[in-house]
Design a protein around this ligand. Sequence first.
Ligand code: ATP
Length: 354
Amino acid sequence: MEAAHGEHTESREEEEEGLGGLTAEELRQGQEAALALEARMALSAQSLVRAEVDELYEHVRALGQGRFGRVWLVTHRQEGTVLALKQLPKASTTLRGFLYEFCVGLSLGSHAAIVAACGVGLESADSYSFLTEPVLHGDLIGYIRPKVGLPQAAAQRCAAQLASALEHIHSLGLVYRDLKPENVLVCDPDCRQVKLADFGHTRPRGTLLRLAGAPIPYTAPELCAPPPLPEGLPIQPALDAWALGVLLFCLLTGYFPWDQPLAEADPFYEDFIVWQASGQPDHRPRPWFGLTPTADTLLLGLLEPQPRRRSPVSSVRGFLGRPWRQREGEAEEVYPGEDEDSGQDCRGRTFQRP
Ligand SMILES: Nc1ncnc2c1ncn2[C@@H]1O[C@H](COP(=O)(O)OP(=O)(O)OP(=O)(O)O)[C@@H](O)[C@H]1O
């Protein structure tokens, strides 16, 4: 969604009236978060360890590869501590971009559903790296059974933990902006505990952003509309609430609700908008058939197209412990299985609905 990873390609307007509808309190919160991050980045720049990764750490195995970085399981050569090391090549990451992601991770402190940063940043000849706790059971995408989703209890546990992690991030004046199953790491084979990772896209509330590239299912509709200011849309936690709604739909059904939230381009989104506006049960789009009225209410709140009317991520708490799926039998096992029915799941954007 951005031109360059971690770089401040966005500009921030200082005047409240120029901030496309942010309240004074929202503006203050975002500005404080931005200042705190700048201060932390200045300090961290001075304390970077300058060494090659191999001098200090032994590679055990690769844990994952993203668009920007490679993540390794490593052990500290002297202490023997087992850690995850995210390595970002200098060819594609600026020092500022690296410091930004590193310091956002540090500023989130300790939260049970957020990958803990270790506070060590490394500058090597060709890369920047930082260390975090390792999470060893893969990411959530491997647990979502195509056309089925997760068992309800696991879906509700994930929902509760992710809502809590996002609430924490929002309370610090930040917007996460990259919620998707690939960024949710799983701590145990039964998917009891999950942790949010990858803070390369996290920004202070009110940062002005434009959508760069095609929208994905998790992109909120306000980002697809022409921005209220030439520099872009002042970002709000509501972006994360939307993405959480889409992710919960995937967990409960094994389908994406749509490919992109554009009624003119996506018939599934158009159907949803018609249902959402009419409130008529017989307008319910087919992919929603298996959900309960409780789940409908939760998801319709998170997936409210108007960001100011959208439910906050904390709304999830009020819906836990009640059935979200009408029939539970089809999704009893949690398993990190392979794609059973390629193209018809929520692992790719171009799946087909029933
Ligand atoms: N702490 C960790 N423990 C275990 N695996 C991890 C950890 N951090 C990241 N990974 C794995 O590495 C993958 C890539 O990491 P990450 O998402 O941080 O990279 P990225 O380049 O920023 O990705 P993206 O393309 O989503 O922006 C993750 O999907 C995950 O599988």
